[in-house]
Each structure stands twice: as C-alpha cells, then as structure tokens.
Design a protein around this ligand. Structure first.
Ligand code: AMP
Ligand code: MG
Length: 421
C-alpha cells in the first residue's frame, strides 16, 4: 500500500468526507488485504475452523467398492424376471465388512446387507420387500431395474478428485469428509495474529473500584470474544492511556508482533487529531466518517506490515464496526478468498422504527418466527453505548442509507447474529 492510494480514496469525485458509504469502505479495505501465506501441518481434528493451504485430493474412490444400498438379494440382472416371478438359490450372505467371495452362477443369488461389497458377477440388488425367502430358495418379483440399489465405486468421489479447494474454511462435515478419504493430516495457513488494545484515560480495569468519571474497559472483552470466535491468535495489550508516547510505543510493538492491530477509542473528533498525526508518522492510515450508525468514525490502514483498524470507543459501535468491516477482512487475511457473507433475511417489523435518511443503520433487533413468518422489533434504546442492546439482540436490523422511518408492517432486512457471534 502506498500513500497516493489513500489520498486518492479521500479525493475521489463521489467521496464525501463526511459520509463514506458502508459498501465503499468495505471495498476499499478489501483491495489491500494480504492473506497469511505460512503453512503448517495439523492432525485432522485440530484443523477445525482453520483454512486449507493445500487442496484435499482424494487418494481413493468413495465408495471404494461397488456395494449394496439396501438389505436384499444381490444377483446378476440377467436373472431378473421379465414378468411374474423367478426362484433363485441363495448361495451365501454378504455383510458390511464381511464379503461373499464365492462365485454366483446363473440361477443363484446372495443375501446382502446395506454397505456390503457386491459379490463378483452381481450388479443388481433386489430389495427384501420384493422377495419371499423359503429355505435356501428365494422368490423374486418384478419391479427392480438392472443395476438398481447398487452404489458404484467412485460414485461419490473419484480417485484424484479435488474435494476441498485451497482457501476452504474447515467445518465439521469437512473433518468427516477428509476422514472418509483416510487422510489424517492436513496443511492449513498459520493463525492470523491479532493485537488489540483499548485507549482512554477514563478506563478502569475490572476488579477495581471506579473513581469519578471512570468506566470499566468493556471493549477489550467484547473484542476478545469476537476475535476468539474467529479462531485467530490473540495478543491482548491491555489499556493504553491517551498519551502520544504510550500510544506510539504500543502501536509499534503491536505492528511487530501481529498481522492485524485493532484498537478502540481515540478516533472520534477531538481525540483523533493526535492519533492522526501519530499514525501518519507510523504508516498510512485513513480516517473515515462512515455513513453508518453506530460507528461513524473509523480508521483503517497499515502500520509497517500490519493492518490497522481503529474502531470507535462506544461499546456498541465497536461491535457493529467489527462485524461490518473487520470480521470479513480477517476472514480474507486468514486465507479465505471469498468469505461467506452474513446471512440476510426479510422480516416484518412489529413496531415503528425511527430513522433519518443519510446513514446505514444497524439497529439491534429481536427476530422471531411466528405463524405469519419472521417478525422483528428493536431491543429498545439504540444508544451506541448501550451494550445491553447487543446482548438482547439476535439480529441486526439493516436500514439502508436512503431509508427513513419504518412503520409497523413494513418489511426490513436483518442480519442473523447466530453463527457469526
Ligand atoms: P472515544 O471514541 O474514545 O471518544 O470513546 C467514546 C465513548 O466510548 C466514551 O464514552 C468512552 O468512555 C467509551 N469507551 C471508550 N473506550 C471504551 C472501553 N474500552 N470500554 C468501554 N467504554 C469505552
Ligand atoms: Mg477515548
């Protein structure tokens, strides 16, 4: 990243210094993100939540052998009755894990269980329901097509097939899929290292008594939680006072230890001036007023090789800006080229929402499934310092920039928090 790029971002024709649209800020950030490249090999289970650095290529066919999809009788399709019934001699039984290895002649069949390897000479399984057993004889009725109820080798996955690409985030089903190929070790990208600290002279640590004017530092706990859920390596640098020297030292230390630096506080009007001066000296950082509520001030850029996100200090704004800008950026830096977007749903508002056009608002909402479908209402007071609104919410009600007041019965879009928080 070079300085001119940032100047261009600030001077582009349609750039409004007072209100950078949310999508534009996201796109701007996206173009500078560099994913981690270091790889490590991990035992399969440890790869959960990590990003594949090497594609998973199947070393075998799945299933490995032709096998039965049903309990019934395996036979050669030539012995299927064209009409009426046919009587065959049962010459053996094939179980899952215990095959029948003998020959199967014309007029013969094998009792077979689901998952058992198909005996040589057999290509079809007649479901038990279409048969009638009588000693070592079985009567087969019509209704089965040649090849039916038989799973062919390589039907699910072929030898040499790429089953999971580079950049894939490993989820529980992937662990099973990789295990089903007999692979016990996988290559993933190393964890993204994220250093974070809170800024503010008014911040007190939990477990201490509050002095007048102090507030407990809660941002470091929500940030810890959000980062931990992403599966990154966390470097907690505590609270840094609003002191240029201390801030400079902390930023330099963070840039040496981490791929990403996240701070809260210090980017609002009034506080931002010396942060701006400091960050201009240390790297290339832009300060934005984003057309978003809550979370208007946001700083983004690079300090040495580390990406820097300067989030606002208000506790709800920290969480909103994290989910709308930082989370997605981190998923890219973890090695996922196209992270899944946060799921959106249409829901009917059950109560009015006050909103002025001009900013995209992320109001905290309670989403419910009713007989009439999904409904939503806000959690109440939407002040950006009211963290309770986040704990009560199960969604963000996303109100676009141009949207004004919402009336009861109007449909809105919501982002579901379950699964991302
Ligand atoms: P700032 O962006 O630094 O001006 O902070 C905005 C508001 O957020 C102020 O009321 C701060 O007291 C509050 N705040 C800042 N940092 C934290 C924090 N780490 N924990 C809780 N509240 C904070
Ligand atoms: Mg502050």
């Amino acid at each position: 990243m070079t300085q001119p790029d940032f100047i261009a971002a600030s001077c582009a024709d349609d750039y409004d210094p007072n209100a950078m649209p949310v999508d534009k800020a996201r796109h701007f950030i996206r173009q500078y993100l560099s994913p981690v490249t270091c790889q490590e090999s991990l035992p399969l289970r440890s790869a959960l939540g990590r990003v594949l650095a090497e594609a998973i290529v199947s070393p075998c066919n799945v299933p490995n052998h032709d096998n039965s999809a049903m309990d019934g009788y395996a036979l050669n399709a030539k012995d299927l009755p064209n009409a009426g019934t046919i009587r065959l001699t049962v010459v053996g039984t094939a179980f899952a894990g215990k095959s029948y290895d003998g020959p199967v002649e014309h007029g013969e069949c094998v009792r077979i269980m689901t998952g058992a390897v198909m005996p040589a000479d057999c290509d079809t399984v007649v479901m038990q329901e279409y048969t009638k057993a009588d000693g070592n004889q079985v009567t087969i009725a019509t209704g089965t097509k040649p090849g039916q109820n038989c799973r062919l080798a390589g039907e699910d996955i072929r030898l040499g097939q790429v089953v999971l690409p580079v950049g894939h985030l490993v989820r529980p089903a992937d662990l099973g899929l990789i295990a089903s190929l007999g692979i016990g070790e996988v290559k993933v990208y190393r964890k993204l290292r994220v250093a974070f600290f809170s800024t503010g002279d008014e911040l007190a640590g939990i477990g201490t008594e509050l002095k007048p004017g102090e507030v407990y530092d809660s941002n470091r706990y929500t940030l810890y939680g959000m980062l931990a859920r992403l599966g990154v390596e966390i470097i907690d640098m505590g609270v840094v006072r609003d002191d240029p020297v201390l801030l400079e030292n902390a930023l330099i230390e963070a840039s040496q230890a981490a791929d990403v630096i996240v701070t809260s506080g210090g980017v609002s009007v009034g506080e931002a001036d010396y942060m701006k001066e400091l960050l201009n000296r240390l790297g290339q950082v832009v300060f934005w007023k984003i057309a978003i509520k809550p979370g208007r001030p946001l700083a983004y850029g690079k300090i040495a090789n580390a990406h820097y996100f300067g989030l606002p200090g208000n506790p709800v704004a920290v969480m909103v800006t994290f989910y709308q800008f930082v989370r997605d950026a981190m998923l890219v830096m973890m090695g996922q080229p196209q992270p899944a977007t946060i799921p959106m749903l249409s829901a009917v508002c059950t109560a009015a929402i006050r909103k002025l056009p001009g900013r995209t608002e992320f109001q905290r909402g309670i989403l419910r499934l009713t007989e009439a479908g999904w409904t939503v209402q806000t959690t109440g007071n939407q002040g950006s310092g009211i963290l309770r609104s986040m704990t009560e919410a199960n969604c963000f009600i996303v109100l676009p920039e141009t949207c004004g007041n919402v009336e009861p019965g109007n449909t809105v879009q919501v982002q579901i928090l379950e699964g991302i928080v």
